[in-house]
Write a protein that binds this ligand. Structure first.
Ligand SMILES: *[C@@H]1O[C@H](CO)[C@@H](O)[C@H](O)[C@H]1NC(C)=O
Ligand SMILES: *[C@@H]1O[C@H](CO)[C@@H](O)[C@H](O)[C@H]1NC(C)=O
Ligand SMILES: *[C@@H]1O[C@H](CO)[C@@H](O)[C@H](O)[C@H]1NC(C)=O
Ligand SMILES: *[C@@H]1O[C@H](CO)[C@@H](O)[C@H](O)[C@H]1NC(C)=O
Ligand SMILES: *[C@@H]1O[C@H](CO)[C@@H](O)[C@H](O)[C@H]1NC(C)=O
Ligand SMILES: *[C@@H]1O[C@H](CO)[C@@H](O)[C@H](O)[C@H]1NC(C)=O
Ligand SMILES: *[C@@H]1O[C@H](CO)[C@@H](O)[C@H](O)[C@H]1NC(C)=O
Length: 336
């Protein structure tokens, strides 16, 4: 309680220093259309001529995966390089676009980023609207994949599609602020990624109540080893692994359990497209609040976490919450 009051004081004290922004559109948001390698991309922004984009940067016949990252990260960070690197193996089926909002994420004052998320989302939506017009992009062919607050950013973008919804949003441990999450989200009217933001919203939880949100707000929610702490990680290790301003190539947000989700998703992407799915998950009984293996035993759907996840048929007595076990501290993480 004392800590909460302190944080509230902190929030109020800094409110005045946050510059006022135009809520309709935020400048300095860029889309990188990735070609055949991560160093080969076209960097475009609102007002650019998207119509001139051709393969390998954009192919109108393909679906498009948009990836973005969160606090303290950018295109060179470990998460973007790992996930987009893995997705290059899916280039024959997908266009790959990285959404750069690093102008807003590179601020130590996390609340400043949080406060500008909906404005940045307006801009992302406007850029995608231009892609819809110039490139015949349809919302159902969109899969947003976001890590940390990037997941919430895509939630805000998805909410703006009033007709056909975005096909899929994949939330990789959507960002939280430890025990202060509810208080801060309420103070800012911040709406976390939720199931109504797209036709299918799959969320992977690896650091509940720390850097990631604990609530099951997706169409399906996966709790890896229960979602709190990952094998080989501890809260102490999370802080030891936090390497701000030391190694940009590994990103600023190198925190163990939270970062694990990046490697899990990348591993699922790289798996062969066969019947043997990675990260087979077991479904939990209705009302599950503790994501332990005992409450989560049904495997009849063969639900796969990550790239191959799908919207399962309803199952009487069961929720859309899934438990996933991994054991190793390094790849291969999937037990299946
Ligand atoms: C948040 O952003 C708005 C503009 O959208 C601005 O007026 C306000 O000062 C910012 N700061 C806080 C703490 O709300
Ligand atoms: C993308 O373009 C903007 C504006 O020209 C520039 O500031 C930014 O550094 C570019 N990003 C990359 C990774 O090329
Ligand atoms: C965002 O971009 C503006 C304009 O280029 C610049 O003044 C500002 O310092 C940038 N902020 C961050 C956090 O990068
Ligand atoms: C999580 O769920 C609880 C209970 O419904 C709610 O009070 C809280 O605001 C939610 N928090 C977030 C971050 O979604
Ligand atoms: C889940 O498991 C815990 C501990 O084994 C138990 O207390 C609880 O009643 C179970 N059921 C649900 C719906 O969470
Ligand atoms: C799940 O996998 C098992 C074993 O391969 C198979 O027998 C079963 O038909 C599968 N169920 C579904 C719903 O795909
Ligand atoms: C991962 O764990 C499994 C057992 O769960 C083991 O068979 C496998 O060798 C391990 N892989 C690595 C790379 O440690």
């Amino acid at each position: 309680m004392k800590l909460k009051i302190l944080t509230l004081a902190f929030v109020l004290a800094f409110s005045a220093s946050i510059p006022s922004i135009n809520a309709d559109s935020c400048p300095n948001v860029f889309f990188y259309f990735v070609g055949n390698s991560l160093s080969d991309y076209k960097n475009l922004t609102l007002g650019s001529t998207f119509a001139t984009l051709t393969s390998p940067y954009y192919d109108i016949t393909k679906k498009t995966i948009f990836y973005t990252t969160g606090w303290m990260c950018d295109y060179s960070s470990f998460d973007a390089q790992t996930i987009l690197g893995a997705l290059l193996s899916r280039k024959s089926a997908y266009n790959l676009v990285y959404v750069d909002w690093s102008n807003y994420t590179q601020d130590w004052f996390v609340l400043s980023m949080l406060n500008q998320t909906s404005c940045v989302a307006n801009t992302v939506y406007q850029i995608i609207s231009q892609m819809q017009t110039q490139l015949a992009l349809t919302p159902d062919k969109i899969n947003f994949v976001g890590f940390n607050f990037g997941a919430h950013l895509f939630g805000y973008v998805g909410r703006q599609f009033t007709g056909t919804k975005v096909g899929r949003i994949t939330g990789l441990d959507p960002g939280a602020i430890f025990t202060f999450t509810d208080m801060i989200f309420n103070a800012y009217n911040f709406v976390p990624l939720q199931s109504s933001d797209a036709t299918f919203v799959d969320i992977i939880h690896t650091s509940n109540d720390k850097f990631g949100c604990k609530n099951a707000t997706g169409t399906v929610d996966f709790y890896v080893n229960g979602g709190f702490t990952q094998p080989g990680c501890s809260l102490i290790k999370s802080f030891l692994d936090y390497k701000p301003y030391q190694d940009r190539s590994h990103g600023y947000l190198l925190v163990c359990s939270h970062s694990r989700v990046v490697f899990l998703y990348a591993e699922s992407v790289k798996r062969a497209d066969t019947a043997a799915r990675p990260f087979l998950s077991s479904r939990c009984v209705t009302g599950t609040t503790t994501y332990n293996a005992n409450n989560c035993t049904d495997t009849s759907d063969n639900m796969s976490m990550g790239y191959f996840a799908f919207n399962p048929p309803a199952l009487s007595g069961y929720s859309n919450i899934f438990y996933v076990a991994t054991t190793n501290n390094s790849a291969q993480f999937s037990l299946t």
